[in-house]
Design a protein around this ligand. Sequence first.
Ligand SMILES: *[C@@H]1O[C@H](CO)[C@@H](O)[C@H](O)[C@H]1NC(C)=O
Ligand SMILES: *[C@@H]1O[C@H](CO)[C@@H](O)[C@H](O)[C@H]1NC(C)=O
Ligand SMILES: *[C@@H]1O[C@H](CO)[C@@H](O)[C@H](O)[C@H]1NC(C)=O
Ligand SMILES: *[C@@H]1O[C@H](CO)[C@@H](O)[C@H](O)[C@H]1NC(C)=O
Ligand SMILES: *[C@@H]1O[C@H](CO)[C@@H](O)[C@H](O)[C@H]1NC(C)=O
Ligand SMILES: *[C@@H]1O[C@H](CO)[C@@H](O)[C@H](O)[C@H]1NC(C)=O
Length: 478
Amino acid sequence: MQMFCSPSPLASLAWFAFLVGASGQVSNKAQWRGQPNRQAVKARAETPVIKNRSPLENFRFLDSATKPYQVTSLLGVAYDIGEMYSGLVPVDERNKSRALFFVFQPTIGPPVDEINNLVKWRTCSLEGFFQENGRFLWQSGQFAPELNPYSWVNLTNMLWVEQPVGTGFSIGEITATSEKDNAQDFVNFFLNFQNLFSIQNFKIYVTGESYAGRYVPYISTAMIDRNDKTHFDLSGVLTYDPCIGATDYTQQEAVAVPFVLENSNVFGLNESFIEQITALDKSCGYAEYREKHFTFPPPGIQAAEFYNYSIPHEAECDVWDDIYYAASAVNPCFNMYLIVDTCPIPPDVLGFPGSVEITTPGLPIYFDRADSLPQVIEHTNRVLVANGDLDFVIITNGTLLAIQNMTWNGKLGFQEKPSAPIIITEPDLQYEGTVGVQHYERGLMWAETYLSGHMEPEYQPRTSYRHIQWVLGRINQL
Ligand SMILES: *[C@@H]1O[C@H](CO)[C@@H](O)[C@H](O)[C@H]1NC(C)=O
Ligand SMILES: *[C@@H]1O[C@H](CO)[C@@H](O)[C@H](O)[C@H]1NC(C)=O
Ligand SMILES: *[C@@H]1O[C@H](CO)[C@@H](O)[C@H](O)[C@H]1NC(C)=O
Ligand SMILES: *[C@@H]1O[C@H](CO)[C@@H](O)[C@H](O)[C@H]1NC(C)=O
Ligand SMILES: *[C@@H]1O[C@H](CO)[C@@H](O)[C@H](O)[C@H]1NC(C)=O
Ligand SMILES: *[C@@H]1O[C@H](CO)[C@@H](O)[C@H](O)[C@H]1NC(C)=O
């Protein structure tokens, strides 16, 4: 099984080279974990640092307290980076041994009193910063960083945070034993962060991808529970391809076979294998499960499902893994995050472009199964859940099936089947036309994205830009 929906402390060494090279202040402030990969450092060392500063006095958040965190140049980035800060802020000011690493980039558009927290972006938040929604993107196959016309920095103040403690460059003893502990650490960090940057009365947004499907609701709930509008005025939430509920069952196994049939020309699997998995889809009860529960409105709550791979019958029903291995035999570069990828694997500065097993750092996968997303929807009435159709890790229909088992604002699931198109008509650089499906009920916006893998802002930046505009309340439909 791909231990996908588990927290991962994947510390990217390339990041170390990149940000240490970036700023002496950051490296002084931050007590970096780990050593840089020599090759990575060497490769970066050959790239000149090009500085082109704008006048510092116009920077909204710059003062004597924040100056040590200011990033004045980024190795390999030939653009004016504008106002940007990075470093470590402790969870507890009285004991600074545990601290979270952040990158803060205020909006380049008109100033707004709001801040968007990115709490997890597939492997780590820095992946989001540099490969998905940041201002300078260094994606797979790109020789050098390039400006991102769809950066969310255009719209709002962005804070990428490596959390929980133990992830990436964040430091300290892992003391959390539950998602709730992690959420408290984050909220404490965020209060200290706001104090450092003299932030008060901002609208707060929380966004994340994949495993963040678990972090985002907990962190959001912890904010709501503080009952402190000055610092935690939670106003909207967005999650991409998120783990919701019984992920292994609902978002993978129960929907894997139809996914393969719909995408048969991409998977290229042989007839006997297709017959075999189609038979399992029936005998293991998945077909019946979908028929019963994948309806609008749903007939009732779905019985608890826990996928236990050690039980022989369940292991036999692990069609998701069967498909994964068969697909990898046909296409050795099969990428479960973007099924249309083929060989060669493009070079990637973060070293993690596709299917790599993510390990669990000492925490059980699920410590508390209660999903707090409904509470967050009820509080903000502005939550967006999106899923990319080329993602085999978190399958679109599975996420929708998980939503059909969620009760919020007084009802179970969506009452109507999503069908309204998302159409982009503005003349733009890319992706004009019908790009997906949208559906809104009782504070929850669902967005299916057609030509996207798992990392939506990377594959469909134009569409993701729409999503975040909606979450920020700038538009009322996608
Ligand atoms: C600070 O916190 C760490 C981690 O919880 C703990 O091990 C250490 O003893 C604390 N230090 C002090 C001075 O309390
Ligand atoms: C974002 O801002 C940049 C710089 O001002 C601009 O070139 C770009 O068109 C903006 N993108 C969008 C989608 O408005
Ligand atoms: C998703 O579910 C719909 C039924 O609502 C079905 O028509 C479609 O084929 C499914 N897509 C995939 C990829 O399984
Ligand atoms: C459906 O929701 C109920 C109630 O929250 C929960 O107990 C059950 O485990 C869920 N079933 C699945 C398959 O997620
Ligand atoms: C999974 O099944 C094995 C074998 O029956 C059992 O020992 C184990 O406790 C089960 N795990 C869970 C989490 O239920
Ligand atoms: C069909 O695919 C399966 C799964 O990869 C493989 O085990 C089997 O040998 C293939 N059969 C033929 C006839 O190619």
